[in-house]
Design a protein around this ligand. Structure first.
Ligand code: MOS
Length: 744
């Protein structure tokens, strides 16, 4: 049996549907009698709603209803930890008369057309009793309660005091917004007691649970359908208010209701990466051995939820250091609730850690790679466990060779190239490698096709394709005869598309389900009259196999047999199913620490004459075990690197402190990396299968490509300009010695 399809650069099986416009995203579903809900967003950041006057809006053409706190039955809260369900915000819309942040839904206008609903929403008059919002970190009160994270090993404070070389710097990452191409949206349809939601989500099962809880109906009465998702980056892990408003609205007007989130509200009501202010203290010997790491994080959350961005976890595991102390405090601001954004915790934690490592390398006059090798963690120092598989040293080596690191002159501003000065930077990258449980069904059909199904999602990463690859590997059926069905809560339970865990989670379940379907088929081949392999003498029956979609005697070539569908036809079956549930190996999880690693190298070109700084080269070398699909995998890494260029150079939600409005709440003013900002990106995988995680040896790759980009870029900027950027994103005024423009 050929296994070459695993690891090949396979085109996406869903590609044709996407490029031809046939892929159905949430708002593409057309339903009879569909009505449109348009939100009225609060124009202030901290207030009590005194009165909602919807009288004019209600009289407008096509308007079916205007809903707000006071005229609708209250929604229930999601059960959260009690039921392992999670919503983006614990507070359902319209729960009380309070406004906690700018952009919060205060009403929903429902009409027969989107235009009518939009016009009506604009005519809803909301009277507020306005209070001054706290929007900037400087306006937040003191941290409330105990630190949300506090970890300590050894004596970090004492070791720091007596360290020969010290770094003590503070780094700030602003609010970043996920901004996937497909904005959040939901269509809700009630048929009697049954609720169906067409949504865009990274987790249909959690979405179903939350909506059942919020609407107060049994779980089995709710179905969530999300076959395609225009990405999410964490912003669609949990359902946000628009999902609940669609369900509430549809219940109220007794028609299906669609609520879509406009781009402006993508900045306020569907989560963001929170601002973090992070103090990093490193103590080292004069030859570069770390003796102390202290990492303190201050981070705002919203008024209604406690979201902790776990930045300090990576600090405890990345380098070998005996004395480490971490602490995270939360403060409250009048902003929406933060949520995981690609590489949550590790990505914002890596920026101060790796930046401080570079500052230490400069102070020690030591090569940054040599400094990292000097402190290489041979085992996981945070868990006292061996790594399941770690080849970071090889990532550094391969990256340095390919990038030409040996030619680097470490002196800042020293590498001239014509009018420009080149800057080179590098960073370590990491992401924890998780795996959960999944159930998959694989069906062999009498028309010669196969089908695989699971209630997980493909959020644009290639999940459809790896399902087809594994079924093809196991059966020999060609990819275009394999149908993969995902993104529907009625399917066998599968994982949320989060944490870079889906591939490692589903591979074993697909394989086992496919094996089981093949096994049943081979049994049918032996026991069915009319089958060429039928025999009464079961004890001496030849061993059968399935290869290239054919059933044959195992020791004969496949084309001595028959196409598998002939067996099903002989038995008058429409299909045979295999179904399997797989769980991670708990013993392995207890005995090993699972992480992927990488090294990222960046080059910038700084032209001081015209104050222009460009990213000119980016190389990423990743150790993430076996890569199942080279093309989709490379695509994940390159996309993450482009996102990292945005993080380092452009992205920042800027709030007006008077109202709490993100003033750059659109793609013209919130800058993301465009093609002109992104050079040719290079990605290389070193493939050591991690068999402790699953039998394919594959770990996830969705987030690791982002982790080292910002520190490598700010290091490159320092190398080119001599200016250390500790507040993201880089601004050109940093490099020319100017003040950063502020809005107040
Ligand atoms: Mo990712 S932030 O787990 O979608």
């Amino acid at each position: 049996m050929s296994t070459s399809i695993i690891g090949a650069a396979v085109n996406r099986v869903d590609g044709p549907l996407k490029v031809s416009g046939k892929a159905q995203y949430a708002v593409d579903h057309t339903l009879e009698n569909l009505a449109y809900g348009v939100g009225v967003a609060s124009s202030v950041g901290n207030a009590r709603v005194v009165r909602v006057d919807a009288s004019e809006a209600e009289r407008m053409p096509g308007v079916l209803a205007v809903l707000y706190h006071g005229n609708t039955p209250p929604l229930y809260r999601p059960a959260e930890r009690l039921e392992h369900s999670r919503a983006g915000e614990i507070r359902p819309p319209f729960e009380d008369d309070q406004v906690y942040y700018y952009g919060q839904y205060v009403a929903l206008a429902i009409a027969k057309t989107l235009e009518q609903a939009t016009a009506a929403a604009e005519k809803v008059k909301v009277q507020y009793e306005v209070r001054k919002p706290a929007v900037l970190l400087s306006e937040a009160g003191k941290p409330e309660g105990p630190p949300r994270v506090h970890s300590s090993r050894g004596d970090a404070g004492g070791a720091y005091e007596s360290a020969a070389v010290k770094i003590d710097e503070t780094y700030t990452i602003p609010v970043e917004v996920h901004n996937p191409m497909e904005m959040h949206a939901a269509i809700a349809q009630w048929e009697g007691e049954k609720l169906t939601l067409y949504a865009t989500t990274q987790g249909v099962l959690n979405y179903r649970k939350v909506l059942a809880e919020v609407m107060g109906v049994p779980l089995e009465d709710v179905r969530v359908i999300s076959p395609f998702c225009g990405s999410g980056f964490g912003g669609k892990l949990f359902p946000w208010p628009e999902s609940m408003l669609a369900a509430l609205g549809a219940q109220h007007v007794k028609r299906p209701v669609r609520v879509q989130v406009p781009r402006s509200m993508m900045f306020t009501t569907v989560g963001h990466r929170p601002l973090t202010k992070q103090r990093m203290r490193l103590g080292a010997t004069t030859d570069g051995k770390l003796v102390s790491i202290q990492h303190d994080v201050e981070q705002p959350t919203s008024m209604v939820d406690e979201y902790v961005e776990y930045c300090t976890g990576v600090t405890t595991m990345l380098y070998d250091c005996a004395n480490v102390e971490t602490r995270q405090d939360l403060v409250r601001l009048n902003v929406g609730t933060p949520t995981p954004m690609r590489g949550p915790g590790i990505v914002p934690g890596m920026f101060p850690l790796e930046s401080a490592m570079d500052e230490l390398a400069v102070k020690l006059n030591m090569d940054p790679i040599a400094l990292r090798l000097k402190n290489y963690a041979e085992t996981d120092p945070s868990a006292n466990l061996p790594w399941s598989s770690k080849h970071l040293r090889e990532c550094y080596q391969r990256g340095a060779e390919k990038f030409g690191w040996a030619k680097r002159n470490p002196k800042a501003g020293s590498m001239r190239q014509g009018d420009e000065i080149l800057g080179w930077g590098m960073s370590t990258s990491t992401w924890h490698a998780g795996r959960g449980g999944a159930t998959v069904r694989v069906r062999l059909n009498a028309d010669g096709t196969a089908r695989a199904s699971c209630a997980t999602q493909d959020i644009g990463t290639g999940t459809y394709t790896i399902f087809a690859q594994v079924v093809s590997e196991k059966t020999g059926i060609v990819l275009d005869k394999i149908q993969v069905v995902l993104g529907d809560s009625t399917l066998p339970p599968g994982p949320m598309s989060g944490g870079s865990t889906v591939t490692a989670t589903v591979l074993p379940a697909i394989a086992k389900a496919a094996d089981q379907a093949v096994q049943r088929l081979l049994e049918a081949a032996a026991m069915t009259p009319g089958s060429p392999f039928f025999t009464e003498d079961r004890a001496n029956a030849p061993k059968l196999a399935m290869t290239s979609g054919w059933v044959h005697e195992a020791d004969k070539p496949y084309n001595s047999g028959v196409p598998f569908d002939e067996i099903l036809i002989a038995r008058r079956l429409a299909a045979l199913d295999g179904e399997a549930t797989t769980e991670p190996d708990r013993a392995a999880q207890e005995h090993y620490s699972f992480h992927s690693f990488g090294a990222q190298f960046m080059e910038v070109a700084w032209d001081p004459g015209i104050a222009r700084l460009r990213v000119t080269r980016a190389l990423t070398v990743i150790d993430a075990g076996k890569i199942i699909n080279k093309k989709a995998g490379t695509n994940q890494i390159l996309g993450a690197v482009a996102m990292g260029i945005g993080m380092a150079m452009f992205e920042e939600a800027i709030y007006d402190p008077r109202t709490g409005k993100p003033i750059n709440n659109n793609f013209a003013d919130y800058l993301v990396a465009t093609n002109a900002d992104v050079p040719r990106l290079e990605c290389d995988f070193i493939e050591y299968p991690d068999y402790y995680l699953n039998e394919y040896g594959a770990r996830g790759i969705g987030e690791i490509g982002l982790a080292g980009v910002a520190p490598a870029l700010t290091m490159a900027i320092y190398h080119a300009t001599g200016v250390r950027v500790r507040t993201l994103p880089f601004r050109v005024e940093d490099a020319i010695g100017g003040e950063r423009a502020t809005i107040v």
